[in-house]
Design a binder for this molecule. Structure first.
Ligand SMILES: Nc1ncnc2c1ncn2[C@@H]1O[C@H](COP(=O)(O)OP(=O)(O)O)[C@@H](O)[C@H]1O
Ligand SMILES: [Mg+2]
Length: 239
């Protein structure tokens, strides 16, 4: 039996050197849902997801994945367990082809044997990448690189897919496509933690949202509740 909360973060504190970026942060990601983390620049969102993915060590607090404590595991172990972060800024390998980039996503023990099947799946999801499979990652447009970064993440067979600012720098049309794609992935069963500055579109597809300020959750609710919240409307929706 899977735990109803795929991810649970309790009292998390994380610092960069002496500078505390996340203080006493708690939230949950129920199985099968899209959960949003929203907040201004510098609120601590990226620090939080890097810690969940094992790239930073928590100072305090507890991170549970499918009911088991994972705080302080390294990235490779986190990916083995099923946590995949598509990082802020995409970080596509520019000198590798599209397909080589995808292969880099499939290096974990769980996903490696299913490489061909997973490749067919992501090419069906992103036909544009299939057409460009032999092109260099660095030669792709911003939107294509974002799709490639997400596709590379999917090659690892995540149970929890974490997307950090995937719409950053995309044109409005591509932002639409991105949100459609996130929604479709979720409808196919993927649990998604979405960090975004496009607050309205994010809350429209999120079943739960958490507003972060200075490393703490200051507000939470369903996507619809947050869209209607006076603070959210003023701070993030320009209303
Ligand atoms: N590598 C780092 N070294 C020092 N401070 C950092 C580093 N990364 C982030 N910070 C600081 O931590 C705080 C939270 O940053 P971050 O997690 O990137 O926020 P967000 O993703 O919400 O914009 C900010 O004050 C930021 O300046
Ligand atoms: Mg960030």
């Amino acid at each position: 039996m899977s735990h109803p909360d795929l991810l649970s973060v309790k009292g998390l504190q994380v610092a960069h050197g002496e500078a505390v970026a996340v203080r006493d942060l708690s939230f949950t990601v129920p199985q099968g849902q899209v959960v949003a983390l929203v907040g201004a620049n510098g609120a601590g969102k990226t620090t939080t997801v890097l810690t969940i993915a094992g790239a930073l060590k928590p100072r305090q607090g507890r991170i549970e994945f499918d009911g088991a404590s994972i705080g302080g595991l390294d990235c490779r172990v986190a990916v083995e367990r099923g946590i995949t972060l598509v990082p802020e800024g995409r970080l596509v390998f520019p000198q590798m082809t599209v397909e080589e980039n995808l292969r880099m996503g499939a290096l974990n023990r769980r996903a490696a044997p299913n490489f061909t099947r997973n490749l067919d799946k992501v090419y069906a999801l992103f036909p544009r990448l299939a057409q460009r499979r032999s092109q260099l990652g660095g030669g792709m447009s911003g939107g294509e690189q974002q799709m490639l970064a997400i596709a590379r993440g999917l090659m690892s067979e995540p149970r929890l897919l974490i997307l950090d600012e995937p719409s950053l720098g995309l044109s409005p049309k591509l932002v639409e496509d991105l949100f459609t794609m996130v929604r479709r992935l979720n409808e196919d069963g993927m649990t998604i933690l979405l960090v975004e500055q496009n607050v309205r579109q994010t809350l429209q597809i999120a079943s739960l949202g958490f507003v972060i300020e200075k490393g703490r959750v200051v507000l939470s609710g369903t996507g619809q509740e947050l869209i209607a919240d006076p603070f959210v409307r003023k701070a993030f929706l320009g209303l």
